[in-house]
Design a protein around this ligand. Structure first.
Ligand code: SF4
Length: 372
């Protein structure tokens, strides 16, 4: 298939692996930011092609995984209101709250609908003016333009029964939080190509300079990732710290300016809690005051709920690159995709789900690789 098969060619992958082995003289720890990259790495065994001293750690770039339990509880509370139609991407329905998930609210009669776009939810609002329609607006910069567009259109068309439960997060502040932690071991980043397709990559340049860390904008297929790792290690070995772009077929330095303008028009930067990590200043998007009437937290009076995270799940350490999923005592025992304890076991982009799906049998039968 065009644009897929050529990026999964085993011979080319071996060529990149040889090139990486040739230039690597020291151990390096590199974080892939995005959960989509984590899945490709684990699924295709990209990490197993690398020299023993090169460690890939998995980053916080799975939007489902980083949505705090507090937001899940708010979603559950709103979805249980009789007049509400609660719309969400499918992954969110099985993310555990403190005692239940959205799927169990649906089983108890809540009108919860899986949609593929916030514009689908807006259409439902337009067609059912006697009901309140709420869209669970989860995601990084990639999903922000569509969510901004839904609010913008609702505003223009006077659709007053539509609102967003917003849980938008931003990548650069999370990278800074990781780099500035005293325990940080990350020496280079593979930045998420799709986020950069929207935002460009100039905002990573000050981070690269400040922390002297290479950042390579990278795609999602095995050869993309291998080339991104090669470019990162080449910088590390040469003592350089720059932003480079591996994903040139999709990303330009300035990104998608109309999409950025739409985000800026509707959203403002706010502090945001990350599941398992805590609050990171200026790390999220919230609706601007002029669009506050579309804020579901305000509309349903749930804005000030505070909920503590479970201590059983160590997904915070997994999302910061401090632990590998199989180092969690609950992995594959108390926590499975059928009975997840944390969001990283639920999401299709979650690191725990990737290890469970592609590595569980192997991890049981071979000695564990050491973590970071
Ligand atoms: S295996 Fe389960 S409990 Fe452990 S970190 Fe992953 S999601 Fe959390």
């Amino acid at each position: 298939m065009k644009f897929i098969d050529e990026y999964r060619d085993p011979k080319a992958a071996e060529g990149f692996a040889r090139a990486i082995r040739r230039i690597t003289t020291k151990p390096w720890t590199i974080m892939e930011v995005c959960g989509g990259q984590t899945h490709a790495i684990v699924r295709f065994g990209v990490d197993e092609l690398l020299p023993a001293g090169v460690t890939l750690v998995h980053g916080p770039g799975c939007p489902v995984c980083v949505t705090p339990v507090e937001l899940i509880e708010k979603a559950i509370e709103i979805a249980a209101i009789p007049n509400v139609i609660f719309c969400s991407f499918g992954d969110m329905l099985r993310v555990p709250g403190t005692s239940k998930d959205l799927l169990s609210v649906k089983a108890q009669g809540g009108d919860i609908r899986i949609v593929y776009s916030p514009l689908d939810a807006l259409k439902i609002a337009r067609e059912t003016p006697d009901r309140q329609v709420v869209f669970f607006a989860v995601g990084f910069e990639t999903t922000a333009p569509a969510n901004a567009m839904a609010v913008y259109q609702a505003h223009r068309q006077g659709i007053s029964n539509f609102s967003l439960l917003v849980s938008h997060v931003l990548v650069p502040p999370a990278m800074e939080a990781i780099l500035s932690a005293p325990s940080n071991l990350v020496q280079g980043f593979l930045a998420a190509g799709h986020v950069c397709a929207v935002m460009g990559y100039s905002e990573y340049e000050p981070i690269s300079r400040k922390y002297h860390v290479p950042i390579v904008v990278t795609g999602f297929e095995p050869l993309d990732i291998l080339q991104g790792i090669f470019m990162t290690i080449r910088q590390l070995e040469e003592g350089r710290a720059e932003v480079e772009n591996q994903y040139t077929r999709a990303v330009m330095r300035d990104g998608n300016r109309p999409a950025q303008k739409l985000i800026r028009d509707v959203f403002e930067v706010v502090p945001r809690k990350w599941r398992g990590v805590g609050e990171i200043p200026a790390s999220g998007l919230g609706l601007k005051p002029e669009y506050a009437t579309f804020d579901a937290e305000q509309r349903f009076g749930v804005a000030h709920r505070i909920v503590e995270e479970s201590t059983e799940c160590i997904s915070g350490a997994v999302l910061r690159g401090g632990k590998k999923p199989h180092e969690c005592p609950a992995f594959g025992v108390a926590c499975t995709p059928e009975h997840p304890l944390g969001a990283t076991m639920v999401s299709t982009e979650g690191a725990c789900a990737a290890y469970y799906r592609y590595r569980r049998i192997k991890l049981k039968s071979t000695p564990e690789r050491s973590g970071v």
